[in-house]
Design a protein around this ligand. Sequence first.
Ligand code: SF4
Length: 468
Amino acid sequence: MGGYFGVASKEDCVFDLFFGVDYHAHLGTRRAGLAVYDAENGFDKAIHNIENAPFRTKFDKDVGAMKGQLGIGCISDYEAQPILIRSHHGTFAVTTVGRINNADEIVEEIIKSNTHFFEMQSGEINPTELVAAIINQKENFIDGIRYAQELIDGSLSMLILTPKGIYAARDKYGRTPIAIGQKEGSCCASFESFAYLNLGYTAVRELGPGEIAVVTADGVKTLVAPGKDMKICTFLWIYYGYPSSSYEGVSVEQVRYNCGKLLARRDNVRPDSIAGIPDSGTAHAIGYSNEVGIPFSRPFIKYTPTWPRSFMPTQQSKRDLIARMKLIPVHDLIEGKSLLLIDDSIVRGTQMRETTDFLYASGAKEVHVRTGCPPLLYGCKYLNFSRSKSEMELITRRVIQELEGGEVTDEILQEYVDPDGEKYQKMIDKICEKLHFTSLRYHRLDDMLEAVGIDKDKLCTYCWNGKE
Ligand code: SF4
């Protein structure tokens, strides 16, 4: 996914920039970067690989050396950024969050005007560099940003650092957020709304879908008004967002409690305790436990002191191993017990099956599994996730293919969306059997949308029902 933070200040902004970006560390595991502009010394930039060490460790030295009154930074789950560009707009730095599905076509089109791109090791063009190239096709930043918002199939939110201020542009359909905070002499734009609170900022507002604004030390000014249509990523509340964040004024932690509560209302098992897979299922489990009055417990504790979130290799088998090694079981809470375990979702299922097998091996009597969202049937086509790269990795897809015994068309897939349908139940039973659970229930889409509570037409639900 990735996240960004930008700050404009009358004083030096590097301290706020550093910690503001650091508060986005949960959103990406690959690269991170900072870019600053100083009225005397101009631009400066640093980018590091954060796959094997946390953001703070990697940028410690840079932060001591950097200075400036304007800055942007990011945690990226994919490409190296922010990138620094010199064009007819002057020098600027840009950082993005999103996904460009039609990158090849756009690259071909731009290359026709005798320009060039650097290829990354993968052979692809750095998506943030591509966004800069699109912006450079137009006469000014506003036209360039609008052009990029129109041209790109996927999603795009961005911050652009210029000597005069920071342009903040939210995705056309608001798939990802931009929140504005302010304190005396400084104003910031942030993916996560909580990131600036401990730095002394207070929340001003969130940008609307497609809105383009400029952030200076004096505040935020809208340059292009927001559009009417919104499709914000619902997964932000279910999994990706930090618990202390809120989007569209709705608290992430509260939504997770609501999810647990609504899950519990449709359930009929009476386990000895309710537990969440740490940390992704913890809040959902608290909501469930509070609703049914069965104690919440922690049969697994996450060992965090020496396993920073960012130590997450890109290879899937290694990721599974690391994820497992981080969880330490508490045998007294497992042996002879009937447990109900909640996670935000089931992606490939491997980790959940291993966890369940481990619980049985440790003497658990029953392992009931519940999820904070409906079955994931479609891969996300709006954001880049390291979690599931291909749709065929999804346990649902593998099971549906097995049940159908042939090609799975979109029409067939749609038959598995309805939680009251026969095919849906068959899929759930099969997943339950494959992953060795005592019982399995997923959250219903209507309940999940109720848990978020805003107008459901404003929420993206593509990965659950394939609806754009
Ligand atoms: S498809 Fe799912 S993960 Fe992707 S933006 Fe929509 S809700 Fe978020």
